[in-house]
Design a protein around this ligand. Structure first.
Ligand SMILES: *[C@@H]1O[C@H](CO)[C@@H](O)[C@H](O)[C@H]1NC(C)=O
Ligand SMILES: *[C@@H]1O[C@H](CO)[C@@H](O)[C@H](O)[C@H]1NC(C)=O
Length: 298
């Protein structure tokens, strides 16, 4: 049970209808107009109507052909969840630039720690169990690389120091509940063709779909329980379904028994993805991350 939750740790993003229709390249980069220049920082535009990150009314999103009205400052902005290259439909290696939010987290002392996702210029979301032992040991000695595709190349890669780690106060290390942490970057990341933010899921929205085509896990994690190959050299991906709580509970019960299943599963604030032999993964729902890593769940 000690290594439970540690294999193939990586991230899921949502390929919903918005994302699966390849957007025009210009749609992913835009600018916005603000009445206070300090608001230029940290702005990510969420294209999904009514979603959590929708810019406040202080921000006015304009088409690239339009200029800002008098009294407003023009700032660059980026739309979340839109890669410059569409992901490959197959499991295996990631197509370059198709997972531009993927973060590579490494400790000065221990090397590769795990993956994360960029949600804006300053913040990377990861699993609390990846950084829990480092959280209370300042100065933080973790670096995050963005724009990384293969660990063998630093071309177009931005590396920044982490200045602060926030761990969910409800994190339970024994049963991996509320397994989420936010890494604050010491300097802001510059968005580019290979570095873009992911959207956060919407609170209260169900993402359950048994479809195996609209949820994609990416990471450099171990590819098998007994194969210590992390970090893998090139970023890998796997498609997984998001299954219902009932289906998740039934699968876990088969493998772990009822008592451990009750201890580990954390509904309703949890989302259950994977259940695919050899390609299990973790995901998140409303910032409740869930690492699902039992190798064979059928
Ligand atoms: C974190 O610290 C605890 C207690 O000191 C230890 O048992 C555990 O193995 C450590 N975890 C990692 C990933 O180093
Ligand atoms: C972002 O761009 C600025 C201006 O070119 C540069 O000074 C800074 O180092 C860049 N940030 C990163 C993380 O590379």
């Amino acid at each position: 049970m000690g290594t439970f939750g540690c294999i193939v740790w990586s991230l899921v993003y949502f390929l919903d209808t918005t994302m699966s229709q390849a957007p025009p390249a210009s749609a992913s980069r835009s600018f916005h107009c603000v009445n206070d220049v300090s608001l230029c920082k940290d702005v990510v535009i969420d294209p999904r109507a009514g979603e959590a990150n929708t810019p406040s009314t202080q921000l006015k999103v304009l088409t690239p052909q339009t200029d800002c009205p008098a009294g407003f400052f023009k700032c660059n902005s980026v739309v979340c969840g839109v890669p410059s290259v569409q992901p490959s439909p197959a499991n295996g290696y990631v197509t370059a630039n198709s997972a531009p939010w993927q973060a590579y987290i490494a400790s000065d002392t221990y090397g590769y720690i795990g993956g994360g996702v960029l949600v804006n210029q300053y913040n990377v979301v990861t699993a609390a169990h990846k950084v829990s032992n480092i959280t209370n040991k300042p100065p933080v000695s973790i670096k995050v690389s963005l724009g990384m595709y293969t660990t063998a190349s630093t071309q177009n890669v931005q590396v920044v120091q982490v200045s602060q780690i926030w761990q969910n106060s409800g994190y339970n290390a024994q049963y991996l509940k509320n397994d989420v942490a936010i890494l604050r970057l010491a300097t802001p990341i510059n968005f580019s063709a290979n570095i873009r933010p992911i959207c956060l899921p919407t609170a209260g929205k169900s993402y359950v779909t048994d479809s195996t085509t609209n949820c994609l896990v990416t990471g450099w994690g171990q590819t098998n329980f007994n194969v210590i190959d992390a970090p893998t050299r090139t970023l890998k991906q796997a498609y997984v379904p998001i299954v219902s709580n009932d289906k998740c509970t039934a699968s876990y019960t088969q493998v772990l028994g009822a008592a451990y299943t009750a201890a580990y599963l954390d509904f309703p604030g949890e989302l259950c993805a994977g259940g695919q032999a050899q390609i299990d993964a973790c995901t998140m729902a409303d910032l409740h991350w869930f690492v699902e890593t039992v190798p064979v769940l059928r």
